[in-house]
Design a protein around this ligand. Structure first.
Ligand code: NDP
Length: 328
């Protein structure tokens, strides 16, 4: 049997984790031949609930689940982590400004970055889901100087999948026929879902859609506001789809993207496409052999340029705010 992979998940008693953990245990994230050792982290107040989740995981009798450990100490929880999925974050409550949210999350991601630096496995890959995800990832990365910066990523795969879903609904094509959608920038309402390079059954998506006004007035805002629409419909935020996207993100990073397609991941910029180096911004990427590569050489039209710059400006201001607060 293969050696188990250690997967640490924070916010283990939360809604997203409730969808995520069972799929990790079933092999959906790392494949049907890879046993997993789960290490779950929570804040002290939620450890009781986390024990309940661990009991349910045991009751799944998953053949691939070799152990479950729970803790409220990041220095314990990240020990030996090969994969770290950072879901837990301080939620935005009414009346909270973005700056308050950054201030509330700073200490969490400062500690977790330091703990990852000290105790995770040498090959650790980090995915931040908890919002503001890009900037939380930036804080963790900044506090883990011995871990290659490229290992810190944030989730924009749900936005990517939502963009595919909207194109499928508009054109009647199945999701599987849609390729090369891109999400650029921040995982926030300023994100830019881009179909310029997308294809539908091999044909250029803008041509198949044939309606540039729909792209601007419907498609882009629908993808940007989809989270809000789900809260309105469901009375609770999207949790299963976020969990599913986190599975997709890690699976593709570890096992590779399909030939001819790409995915979106927020990763530390290498300066590509005019995004300042080191900002954790979403890009189209391909993955192979456990590494991602930003898709090079895409033509960026004027409209795309403006949209990318707008979202990147928001990321810069978040970065400047957390630097001022001393978290990075
Ligand atoms: P969820 O599990 O629903 O969400 C967790 C985080 O994911 C939130 O920051 C949320 O952002 C974010 N998120 C990112 N993308 C999405 C998306 N598409 N849809 C919805 N959420 C998204 O929150 P719960 O409150 O149920 O659970 C959080 C858990 O984390 C709690 O149990 C809490 O105790 C724990 N926690 C753990 C910490 C730790 O392990 N050290 C630290 C802090 C909290 P948004 O708020 O914008 O919806």
């Amino acid at each position: 049997a293969r050696t188990p992979v250690t997967v640490t998940v924070t916010g283990g008693a939360g809604q997203i984790a409730y969808g995520l953990l069972f799929r990790i245990a079933s092999g959906a994230m790392l494949g049907p031949d890879t046993p997993v050792r789960l290490r779950l982290l929570e804040i002290p107040a939620a450890v009781g609930a986390l024990e309940g989740v661990a009991m349910e995981l045991e009751d799944g009798a998953f053949p691939l689940l070799s152990s479950i450990d729970i803790s409220d100490d990041p220095w314990v929880g990240f020990d030996g982590a090969n994969i770290a999925v950072l879901v837990g974050a301080r939620p935005r409550t009414t009346g909270m400004e973005r700056s308050d949210l950054l201030a509330a999350n700073g200490p969490i991601f400062t500690d977790q970055g330091a703990a990852i630096n000290a105790s995770a496995a040498e090959d650790v890959k980090v995915l931040v889901v908890g919002n503001p995800a890009n900037t939380n990832a930036f804080i963790a990365m900044s506090n883990a100087p011995d871990v290659p910066a490229a290992r810190f990523t944030a989730l924009t795969r749900l936005d990517h999948n939502r963009a595919i879903a909207q194109l499928a609904a508009k054109t009647g094509a199945p999701a599987a026929a849609i390729a090369r959608v891109s999400i650029w920038g921040n995982h926030s309402a300023t994100q830019y879902p881009d179909i310029t390079h997308a294809t539908i059954a091999g044909r250029p998506a803008p041509m198949v859609v044939g309606d540039p006004e729909w792209v601007r007035a419907q498609f882009i805002p629908t993808v940007q506001q989809r989270g809000t629409a789900i809260i309105a419909a469901r009375g609770a935020s999207s949790a299963a789809s976020a969990a599913s996207a986190a599975i997709d993100h890690i699976r593709d990073w570890v096992l590779g993207t399909p030939a001819g397609d790409w995915v979106s991941m927020a990763v530390p910029s290498d300066g590509s496409y005019g995004v300042p180096e080191g900002l954790i911004s979403s890009f189209p990427v391909t993955c192979a052999d456990g590494e991602y590569t930003v898709v090079p050489g895409l033509a960026i039209d004027e409209f795309s340029r403006e949209r990318i710059d707008l979202s990147v400006a928001e990321l810069r201001s978040e970065r400047d705010a957390v630097i001022d607060l001393g978290f990075a």
